[in-house]
Design a protein around this ligand. Structure first.
Ligand code: SF4
Length: 416
């Protein structure tokens, strides 16, 4: 067992709200029964893209079935037009501005009316890098976004009160399970009938288990992709972006356009972190004294406070060392203050290994379809022309003992 593999630390509404007598009808019902009838709306935004399974596991453990958890749909211009009109706030960051449309959509759903709009203010995030970096803090704009966006729904009239919806935005440190349990108990005790501190603690543990299971499954899938690439000696692409760039309305599905050319696409958030793989890729750096573990990014980013930023830098290092990642595509949003200082280091790390690097910066509401098409064609052209050489060069520079079933460059056979 390798010592540097420290386990990452994942390791009221007065009973339902008064909606046309519904509260009265259930007033005498036990808390569990009233709870089971709640419908909870969650905006599909920002760091919900990497933590949604936690919230599902958490709420299910509290007796709210998954089918009664409503996520808003993907971000879209239509969503903003229909549901965010007149709700604008002053934030100039595009992914934050979009949240108004998600709130509006959840509140406007007449078929499945929500009782609670849960929009957690996530201050810190679980991360596979935890324990190896200084901290795993969320972007401050992301954390504060729920309060910021709420203002647009209460500035003239309290829309939540009018619709009988309880707005709940608990501050939560998801990198600290005991603290998260306390925060969620305090934040939800008035919204969830009969909630106790002890069951909140158990529900939080269930949430982390659900999140770990989901992340583990996707990391296994990514490993399968890398194994296929190694066996076939074929290239794949890595996307370096924030979790919410997976939202088609924020990232504009640029990676989908690339995949259509036949190149498998991986996201840095779900890269495989198996010990054998990381040992092979990072052991030389550890022995040289540059880093203390495969998850250490102090050699390239000493100021490692921001969770998403840390993972982007780590993903760049990973891409530089993995031969079959022949190309990195960097996505970032318009006016992103957090991403700007990382542009040069990320590009330098990736390009120093000979890996192709392309970036799509300042993504905003409109997909620049024409220029994206041309650039995607350019990337596909470069991959077609140079991928084989890039893989061969990176393989030659790699340490011996690759745990992936790489094709023998001489005999053409897969070697295990
Ligand atoms: S990381 Fe950048 S794009 Fe995302 S919320 Fe923060 S400032 Fe905005």
């Amino acid at each position: 067992m390798l010592s540097w593999f420290a386990k990452a630390p994942f390791g009221a509404l007065a009973p339902r709200f008064d909606r046309a007598g519904a509260g009265e009808a259930r007033a005498g019902a036990p808390a569990a029964e009233r709870r089971a009838q709640l419908r909870v709306g969650i905006p599909r935004v920002l760091n919900l893209w990497s933590t949604h399974q936690f919230w599902i596991g958490f709420l299910e453990a509290l007796g709210i079935e998954a089918r009664r958890i409503e996520f808003s749909s993907d971000t879209s211009e239509e969503q903003a037009r229909r549901y965010a009109k007149g709700r604008g706030t002053v934030d100039c960051c595009y992914p934050v501005k979009c949240i108004s449309g998600h709130y509006g959509e959840l509140l406007a759903n007449r078929k499945r009316r929500i009782d609670i709009l849960l929009s957690p203010m996530i201050a810190t995030l679980p991360s596979c890098l935890a324990g190896h970096v200084v901290a795993s803090i969320a972007c401050p704009r992301v954390m504060a976004a729920p309060e910021n966006i709420k203002a647009g729904f209460v500035k003239e009239r309290d829309t939540f009160a009018e619709l009988g919806v309880r707005y709940v935005a608990p501050l939560v440190n998801l990198d600290d399970p005991p603290l998260a349990a306390k925060q969620l108990y305090e934040g939800l005790r008035d919204a969830i009938p009969g909630l106790t501190a002890e069951e909140t603690r158990r529900a939080v543990a269930a949430g982390y288990r659900a999140l770990e299971a989901y992340n583990g499954a996707l990391r296994r899938k990514s490993r399968e992709v890398l194994e296929w690439c190694a066996r076939e000696d074929r290239p794949c692409l890595l996307v370096l972006a924030r979790p919410y760039h997976m939202d088609p309305g924020i990232g504009h599905e640029i990676e989908v356009d690339l995949q259509a050319y036949g190149y498998p696409v991986l996201w840095a958030q779900y890269l495989p972190i198996d010990e054998d793989l990381l040992e092979w890729m990072f052991r030389p750096d550890i022995e040289a004294g540059w880093v203390r573990s495969p998850f250490d990014i102090a050699d390239v980013w000493p100021s490692s406070y921001s969770a998403n930023t840390n993972e982007i830098l780590w993903g760049a290092k990973y891409a530089a060392r993995m031969p079959w990642i022949a190309c990195v595509v960097r996505l970032s949003s318009y006016e992103c203050g957090m991403d700007q200082p990382t542009y040069s280091p990320v590009q330098r790390i990736v390009e120093a290994s000979g890996t192709l690097f392309f970036s799509f910066q300042d993504l905003d509401s409109t997909k620049p379809a024409g220029s994206v098409k041309i650039r995607v064609e350019t990337i596909a052209h470069y991959l077609e022309k140079y991928a084989a050489g890039i893989i061969a060069k990176k393989r030659a520079a790699s340490p011996p003992g690759c745990p992936l079933p790489a094709r023998d460059s001489v005999g053409g056979e897969a070697v295990l």
